[in-house]
Design a protein around this ligand. Sequence first.
Ligand code: PNS
Length: 176
Amino acid sequence: MVQREYRFIKRKERLAVYPGSFDPVTNGHLDIIERSLKFIDKLVVSITRHPAKKPVFTFKERMEMLRSVFAGRDDVVVDFFDGLLVDYLEKKGIYLVIRGLRAVSDFDYEFQMVLTNRKMLPQIETIFLTPREEYLYLSSSAVKEIARLNGPVEKFVPAFVANKLKEKFIEGSDRQ
Ligand code: PNS
């Protein structure tokens, strides 16, 4: 009699990292995150602790905002990194990066980043996703400007983030 061997092969989880400053997270970022989850199993949204541009929100605040948005989700992990992205990717063993590409104005910067990172860590691949049209011109900087001028930020960010922006810019302005 032929002995049959059954193997249960567990498919490996497809993971990717979405790095950024998230100062603060916007609906545009959320759109990119949801799109990426159509073809990966789990996304590590990773905040750079020390972005090139001095952030308005502290590292703790940026982390708190992202964690509140993704509370209870097991397909999105919020993490952070210091130093080079390539070192972080290597440490995590994740070689797929997700980035948003909005208008042509993003292209130069993103292209330079991909090629420089690839020189340092050849096995990484970057997938660029484009958000829905209404978020094409949305940026964290624009959102901060709107908040500073007491505009309707709730159209562009999750409710928790809108409250944090108001605390920072409106309530904070009395104290300055
Ligand atoms: O949201 P941002 O500010 O466009 O994100 C840029 C970020 C954080 C992904 C990028 O600046 C980065 O990877 N910084 C870490 C330092 C690093 O690796 N620099 C080399 C990039 S060429």
